[in-house]
Each structure stands twice: as structure tokens, then as C-alpha cells.
Design a protein around this ligand. Sequence first.
Ligand code: GLV
Length: 327
Amino acid sequence: MSRNICVYLNFLTEAHREKIQKAAARAGFQVRFFVKGQFEAARDWVQTCEILYSNSPRLLKASPAALRWYCCSSAGVDPYCRDVSLFPTPDCMLTNSNVYGATIAEHVVMVLLMMLRRMPEYEKIMAGRSWSPSDPLSPIRSIRDNTFTILGTGDIGSHVASSLKGLGAAKVTGLCRSGYSSNPVWDEVLPISALDDVLPRTKNLVMALPSTPETVGILSRARIARLPSDAYLVNVGRGTAIDQEALADALNSGALAGAALDVMVPEPLPQDHPLWETKNLILTPHVSGNMTLGYTCDANVDAFCADLENYAAGRPLAGLVDRSRGY
Ligand code: GLV
């Protein structure tokens, strides 16, 4: 029986398909590609497959017991870790794609600069067509010489740290479970248990955490209250990490200077959700890792092809997720 791969993804170009075809042929596999609208055909083909490259809980759930590896094209794999019944067998491997750091770091820099340099105020001036040269200049802040606390030191957190250092940040502190990172970009890495002590001296907090039982609600009402009132907050991880009601209260009362959320609960936010009306809050619709960027798509495909080579050679997969840990 031939060894087969099912690819069910929308972002692939012809060049990506060719690259995957070649990698599959080298590894002794036959591959077929499907896009949105071809779910039934993909479901039929996956019955013959040992590898699925996709981001579809539904297709994974319909996969056969012979499936050995589910390569998830997204970075966050929380739905797959929450619900083990999605997998045909408990030992089916799950990998994620650690390729979003570069584009998400640009998003973080964009929203940080918008807050530090007061872009929302200039938008109001543009919308109102009223520019008064006699108004006193509002003081702005900069990334240069500023300090940053980043929750999560993985691919995303490290790319954010590196972009901020490149723009002259004075100090970038990372917090993670182990309190250790081999990446030299960090000025300081601390364990998550240091969070309560770090928050009162945090001027800018960037959250890039996966959603796991340990991170849900990690930025609680009590912790939001520990942030200085002139601090800014950015979240590009998962919305579940923040007590949103407490955040809205802090922003509306001026207990926090500003926040930018790319992730929230629920997504999409309903029209009548209070976050839309919250003061000094920038909302973006979960786009920081946006798959319209060629370099992100290229890296996603390259990561799959590299792990396919590992898989065929019986080596450990680079993107392997520990489902019990959640990332
Ligand atoms: C997007 O949030 C992702 O997990 O890739």
C-alpha cells in the first residue's frame, strides 16, 4: 500500500505545492491537495493517509486510525490540546508551526508605536478635520530607551524582543515557565512565578502566551491593578489570558494608559460587546499572523517539508507539541 499525505489548506501557491510534492516524493509519499469547498474529497483521501497537513479539527476528527502525524499550520494548538477526542489515536503526533514570530513582531511594534506616539489622537484630528497649532503638544514616548516585559519567550516573544532591541529598547525582560531561554536576545529571563513582582515596574507589557490551563486568566484583575497607571499592554497570544472585564474597567477609569488586543474572547466580538466602547483600546481582528504574507506561508511550508524529512528518517519532529503541556 502506498504511503499518503493529505494537504487541506487554502494559502498554498503553485510553488508551495511543487515544493511539497518534491519533498513527499523524496520521502516516498504520494500527496494530494485540497482547499476550502473540497472537504468531502479531502475526507475521502485522508482515509488512505498517515499524514495530514491542515488546520481543520473537523477533518482531523474524520481521519483514520492509521493517521500518524497531524501537522497543524497554525501556531496555537489549544483546540487540539483541549479535545483529545479529535485525534484518531492517542499517539498520533501533533506539530505546530513556529513561523509567525516575524510578522507578529511587526504587528506588536505597530500597535506599541501607535500607543506610545499617540496615533489614536491623530486619527481623531483627521476625522474631525480640526488641527489647532496653538494646542500644546502631547508628550510622546519611544521604544528607544524604553523597557518591556514580554510574557512568553517562544518564537513570537523572541521575535518581539529582537525587534524592540533593534529599535533601541533599553531592557527586554522575558517571563516563561522555566525562567530560562538560550536565546541571547533577552536582557533578563524570569520564571512566570516572578510576574507579581515584575508588574509594578513594567512600562510596556506584551503577552505572547499559548492558551493552557496555566495561562487562562493569568492577567487577573489583581495583576492588572499591579501595573502602573501609565503602562501599555499588548496581547497577541490568546484572549483567554486576560480578565477582559477588569481590563476594560482599568482602561475606562484611567488606571491603565492603553491596550491593544489582537485576540479576545469571544472571536469575533459581538457588535454590542463592551470592549468596542472601551477607552484607549486598540482592537484588531486576530490578524497579527495574517497568512497573506508570502514569507509566513513560505516558512510554514518549509517547516512542514523539513519535518517530513525528519519523519521519513525516523528522527524527532522539530515542531512536536506536548499535548499535555499545550504547546
Ligand atoms: C493564530 O493565532 C495561530 O495560532 O496561528
